[in-house]
Design a protein around this ligand. Structure first.
Ligand code: KIV
Length: 272
C-alpha cells in the first residue's frame, strides 16, 4: 500500500510546515542528475536534496569539501530539469557561506538564479547566523543543516554521533531555535540521538528532516546511492537499503558483456 498523499501540485516550503503540523511525515532523498530525479519525483518523493554528498557519490572525492559552487550548480540544474512536483533544495558547498554575509548572499543568488532550485541548504549554526539571515531576508528559502556537519569534518575529526554530551546537545538546541527565529523553513539534523531529535522537534515549529536522527524527526532523508544499495562499502547503523542495485547492475553488466562477446547482441530485430 502506498502511504504518500497524491498531491499533484508542486510541493512548497509552506506545505512542509503544514505536514509537520498535521503529523504527516516528509519523505526526502538526495539526487544529482536528471534521470534519478525524474524517477523519484514520479514515485512521489516530497523533497529532493541536491546534496554536496555529490562530491563523494558523483565525483569520488573523500570529503564534501572538494566540490565547487559551479559543480553543485551543474548537478542542481540537472535535477531541476527532471522534477515536476518535489521541492528541490541545493546544498551551498563548503566556503560559500562562511562569515561574510554579502559574499554568502551573492553565492546564494547565483545558485537560485542559475539553477532554478526552490531553496538552498546551509551547514552551520550561530557562527553563520548573519549570513543565513541576510540570505533569508533577500527572499531565499533556507534549510539549515546541524548535528553532524560533514563540511566541518576537519574541525571535528570524526563522523561520529553528535549531541551525546550535554554541552553539545544544548548548543544544538540553541542553534535550532536561532535558525527558526531568523526564518529558516526547515532543519536537517544528522546523526544525533533520537531523544534529542524528539526534544528539538517539540521545541521548534519548523520541520526537522533527520538522517540518523531517529523516527521522531518530521521527515527522513537518505543519500540515494545508499538507499538503493549502489554503494556496498558504506553501512552505517542508520542506513536501510531499499534495493540492491549494485547486484542488479553488476549482473546486468555481466550479461551484456557476455552477449556482446558471444555475438548474441544485437539480434536481427535489434538491427536495421
Ligand atoms: O549532502 C547531503 O547529501 C546531505 C543530505 C544528508 C541531506 O546533506
Amino acid at each position: 500500500m502506498s502511504v504518500h498523499k497524491e498531491i499533484k501540485k508542486k510541493v512548497t516550503t509552506l506545505q512542509l510546515k503544514k505536514m509537520k503540523k498535521s503529523g504527516e511525515k516528509i519523505s526526502a532523498l538526495t539526487a544529482y542528475d536528471f534521470t534519478m530525479a525524474k524517477i523519484i519525483d514520479e514515485a512521489g518523493i516530497d523533497m529532493i536534496i541536491v546534496g554536496d554528498s555529490a562530491s563523494n557519490t558523483m565525483i569520488g572525492n573523500q570529503t564534501t569539501l572538494s566540490i565547487s559552487l559551479q559543480q553543485m550548480m551543474n548537478f542542481a540544474r540537472a535535477v531541476v530539469n527532471g522534477v515536476k512536483r518535489a521541492l528541490v533544495v541545493a546544498d551551498m558547498p563548503f566556503g560559500t557561506v562562511s562569515g561574510n554575509p554579502f559574499n554568502s548572499l551573492d553565492a546564494a543568488i547565483v545558485m537560485m538564479r542559475e539553477t532554478g532550485v526552490d531553496a538552498i541548504k546551509i551547514e552551520g549554526g550561530a557562527e553563520i547566523v548573519d549570513d543565513v539571515k541576510k540570505i533569508i531576508d533577500a527572499g531565499i528559502p533556507v534549510m539549515v543543516h546541524l548535528g553532524l556537519m560533514p563540511q566541518s569534518i576537519n574541525k571535528y575529526g570524526s563522523y561520529g554521533v553528535r549531541g551525546k554530551e550535554e554541552e553539545e546537545a544544548n548548543k544544538l538546541i540553541l542553534d535550532c531555535k536561532l535558525m527558526e527565529k531568523i526564518g529558516a523553513f526547515a532543519l536537517v539534523l544528522e546523526k544525533i540521538p533520537s531523544e534529542l531529535t524528539a526534544k528539538i522537534s517539540k521545541e521548534v515549529s519548523i520541520p526537522i528532516i533527520g538522517i540518523g536522527a531517529g523516527v521522531e524527526a518530521d521527515g527522513q532523508v537518505l543519500v540515494i546511492q545508499d538507499a538503493m544499495g549502489m554503494n556496498k562499502d558504506f553501512s552505517p547503523k542508520f542506513l536501510r537499503r531499499y534495493a540492491d542495485l549494485y547486484a542488479i547492475m553488476t549482473n546486468a553488466t555481466k550479461n551484456y558483456i557476455n552477449d556482446v562477446k558471444l555475438l548474441k547482441f544485437p539480434n536481427e530485430s535489434e538491427s536495421y
